[in-house]
Design a protein around this ligand. Structure first.
Ligand code: SF4
Ligand code: SF4
Length: 288
């Protein structure tokens, strides 16, 4: 992100001809029920197939239809997570949801378990309006974060976040993060699990896990694997279980490192939650 900061400042740095963006969202699968503590726990978005290909194919399909829909030749370029585009900001401007105090996009009905992507186009079209922030005085996400990564409402320090340490960095997991990550071995959904906005999606009957999209349904062994098994993951097992999943980003080395750190954290359960940085501690004391 540091390398591409200048490009992220404006979509036109990435697509100079852009006049508008079309933003889209898809809800992914979640399993919120309690899991045994020896069971490896993965972020909901990683349970099914890797969403990048899935999303990109659909964006391309939509892009190819645009010339017909808009009645003129349209230049377009899709983005989904891998381009230097501030997708969340565009999604908020486009009215998909508001950016919550946990810094996630929250749709008023579907909640925050959302993948977002979009298409830049070279034609101006009628735009939607942003939706109103409905977080109010709630602070459940802030209080629930085990690493105090949410410094204060709307500001998250990724360097303290379990998701960053279990996915994005090859470095060893810091002791204070390992002490509280429990069985979260790829990502962390705590600040979404506690959010009341994730309880408002329409019911789709027994067994409904947030989406009926087959690609996002949990791969069997990603739900049942223990941390012991993950810590001893062979290359063959890794390929069989995690191929074509978003967990390839961490790789076998990352997943086994995380499992080892998670097991160590369980052995150290008596350790207290770490103090946050002064900014977060002050906000915790003063924010209502
Ligand atoms: S993902 Fe987990 S560690 Fe990161 S901010 Fe949310 S609750 Fe905190
Ligand atoms: S838990 Fe509360 S404050 Fe946090 S994002 Fe959800 S509604 Fe907003």
């Amino acid at each position: 992100m540091e390398r591409t900061a200048a490009t992220r400042r404006s979509l036109r740095e990435w697509a100079p001809w852009a006049e508008c963006v079309i933003m889209v969202a898809a809800r992914y699968c979640v399993i919120e029920q309690e899991q045994p503590s020896d069971r490896a726990r993965f972020a909901g978005y990683a349970l099914g197939l890797d969403y990048h290909d899935w999303f990109r194919k659909r964006l391309i399909r939509l892009g190819r239809l645009l010339s017909n829909i808009l009645g003129r030749t349209v230049q377009w370029k899709p983005f989904c997570d891998t381009s230097p585009v501030l997708e969340r900001s565009y999604a908020a401007h486009a009215g998909i949801g508001w950016i919550g105090r946990n810094t996630m996009i929250i749709h008023p009905v579907l909640g925050s378990y959302l993948l977002i992507g979009g298409i830049a186009i070279d034609v101006g079209i009628e735009t939607d309006s942003p939706v109103k922030d409905a977080c109010g005085t709630c602070r459940r996400c802030i209080d629930a974060c085990p690493t105090m990564a949410i410094l204060h409402p709307y500001k998250l320090d990724a360097r303290r976040c379990i998701s960053y340490h279990t996915i994005e960095t090859p470095d060893p997991i810091p002791e204070e993060v390992a002490a509280v990550m429990e069985n979260r071995v790829f990502g962390c959904d705590i600040c979404q699990e506690v959010c009341p906005m994730n309880r408002m999606q329409p019911a789709h009957g027994p067994g409904y896990r947030g989406t009926i999209e087959p690609a996002f349904q949990p791969h069997g062994e990603r739900r049942t694997m223990t941390m012991e098994e993950l810590a001893a993951l062979t290359p063959e097992r890794y390929r069989a279980i995690f191929r074509r999943s978003a967990m390839e980003r961490a790789g076998r080395e990352g997943l086994t490192r995380n499992a080892q750190a998670a097991r160590d954290s369980q052995a150290n359960r008596t350790m207290a939650r770490p103090n946050g940085p002064p900014e977060a501690e002050a906000a915790r004391r003063t924010d209502p």
